[in-house]
Design a protein around this ligand. Sequence first.
Ligand SMILES: Cc1cc2nc3c(=O)[nH]c(=O)nc-3n(C[C@H](O)[C@H](O)[C@H](O)COP(=O)(O)O)c2cc1C
Length: 229
Amino acid sequence: MAEKQILFIDACARKESRTRRLTESVLSHIEGRVTHLKLYEKEMFPLDENAINQRDECVACGSCEPDHLSFAKQFAAADEILIAAPYWDFSFPSLLKVYLENVTVNGITFTYTEAGIPKGLCKAGRLLYVTTAGGPITDASFGYGYVQALCSNLYGIADTEYLCAENLDIIGMDPDAILREAEAEAARRFGTGKVYNHPELSITECSREEKSRGIIVLNPVEQSSTSDT
Ligand SMILES: Cc1cc2nc3c(=O)[nH]c(=O)nc-3n(C[C@H](O)[C@H](O)[C@H](O)COP(=O)(O)O)c2cc1C
């Protein structure tokens, strides 16, 4: 049987990202070949009029291969997709939106039926969305909600799952303990009893300084006296 192709979309800006650490822990429970797509190391632009026209022409002729179509093709071909995206301003970093714009291509990741209904063209059976937040997310997981809507309405990815670690930057909380609990949850939910070592990845530990720096307080009442953001 062909090896499962896992696409790890890394929308984490920071070298010592806790979101990446949590996602790598999820990946350690999943067998397959991981392609680590580091968005911050790619050339990627928001769609402008030129890019829209160029991409429509390319999809219509079916032969040319501009770089931005390769993201869509890679996404459509993956057997399983993981997105690592820190919780920024109630959703995710804008680079992930730019990536999704480049991936949502009529004719590659979705199409329309003759009745005008969108039909997914993605191979993946499951997409896992992993995030970490400085404060509580509660029911404001708009980033995941948006990705989930794309999966179910356009891409045809039926199974979407969500894993988060919250309150990492609140004074008095122990971010490492919260992350370890989220990693244990990942093992319970996605584990098969085996742990896989993906050579492309290295699970990064938070530095001591990072742990002790947990000082963002998002409660507006306390913000003026204790926030450093
Ligand atoms: C630009 C920016 C925006 C943020 N917005 C929020 C927010 O709206 N709510 C929240 O709880 N934390 C927010 N945070 C804190 C991050 O969610 C938190 O530190 C997260 O763990 C960072 O993930 P990382 O370690 O993978 O970079 C924000 C951080 C940054 C840098």
